[in-house]
Design a protein around this ligand. Sequence first.
Ligand SMILES: [Zn+2]
Length: 379
Amino acid sequence: MATSGVTAVTGNPIVVTIHGINSAGKWQEDVSGALGVHFEFRTVKYRHYRWLGGLKLVAEPWVLALAAACPFAILWLPWGWVALLTIALLGASWPARKIRYICAWTSVRRQLSDHLRSAPGYVIAHSMGSHFACRAIQESSDFALWRVILVGCVAPEGFPWGDVLKRTEGTRPDAVRNEVAPMDRIVRLAQKARWWMPYALFGGAGAIGFQPISATIHDVKEPSEVCTPCQQANGPIHNVWYNYGGHSSSFVGKAHGAIFWLPFFWGYDPAQYRLFHALSRRAHISMLEKKFDELMATQARLHATGWGGKDGSLDASLRSAFAYHAVTPNATQLDRAATLVWQKIVNAQQAVDRKGAESAALCLNPTVAVALAVEEILG
Ligand SMILES: [Zn+2]
C-alpha cells in the first residue's frame, strides 16, 4: 500500500511534493527541511514503480517472470504448449502494465485529494510525478493545484494548456514553472517512448519545454533572466531553461529551492528576487568592509529596486507598509527602514542552515522584512 507523509499542521500554505520512479523521494524530505519554515509540506508517495520503474511502464514484471518460468512446464506439457504459453504470457505483460499504472494513479489521486480538498495548494513534482500532476490538472477534480513546479517533466510538450486555462479560477493552476534541461536523457527517452507508455499523457516537456510559445507560454532562456514578455503582461506558464542541468540537478543542495522556488511560490519573479537579495548582501559586505560610499550607492539602488512582486520598488513597498499604519514616512524613516530591510534579509540568508533560527529565515521574503522593519520603526 502506498503511504503518504503529512507534516504537522502549521497554518502555512500547503506544498505537496510528488516523486518520480526508481525513487523513494528522499528529496521530498530535503526540500521540506529547507523550505518548511515558510510552508506546510505534505508528500505524495507511491511504491508501484520503486524498483525497475522504466521496465514496469512497458511490461508487467510478474507476468514476465511467469513467462521465464514456463520452460519448467516441459515436465508436464508438450513443448508446443510450453512455447504457446510463453508467447501468450510475454504478450500479456504488455496490457498487464496498465493495471499497475491504474493502481499508482488511483493512489496518487487519492493522496492529492486528501491534501488539497479543503484549499488549493502548491505542488513540486518530479519526473513521473510531473506526469501525475499534469493528469490531475487536466482532469476535473475535487481539488486544485495552484502554483506548480515541474522538474524533469515527462508530460507532453503539447499539453493542452489552452483548454485548462479557459476553466474558472480555482479549478486551474495560477502559474506553472517548468524547469527545462535539454540534456535530460530520461525525459528524452520518455519523449521517444511515449507511445509505449501505459497512458497517453507522456512526452518531453522537461527537455524541450511546453509548446507553442505564446501569450500564455513564455520561454526564459536562463534561470537568472527576467521574463521579458511578462513586463507587458503576465504569462501563467513558464519554461525556465537550465541548459547544463540533468534529470535531478534541482535536488542537489538547498540553494535551488531557496533561490528559485520560494519566490515563485510567493508570486515574485525569481530573477528580480535574486537581484534584490544580491544587493542586500552587497550592502552588508560594504558595511563590514567600511566602504561607506559603496554602501550608500547600493542602498540608493535598493530604494529603487523591487523583487518582482506587485510593488515595483522597495520604496513603494515601504510606503504601502507605512500607509497600513496610517503614517506618511519622511525621507529619514524610509532610509532607516531600507537599512533594516537589507539587514533582516542578510540575517535570513545566514539563518537558512542554522537550527533554531526559523523565525529569522521568514525574512527571506522581502515583503515580510518590510512589514517587520516598519513595525520596528513605528515602535
Ligand atoms: Zn513571462
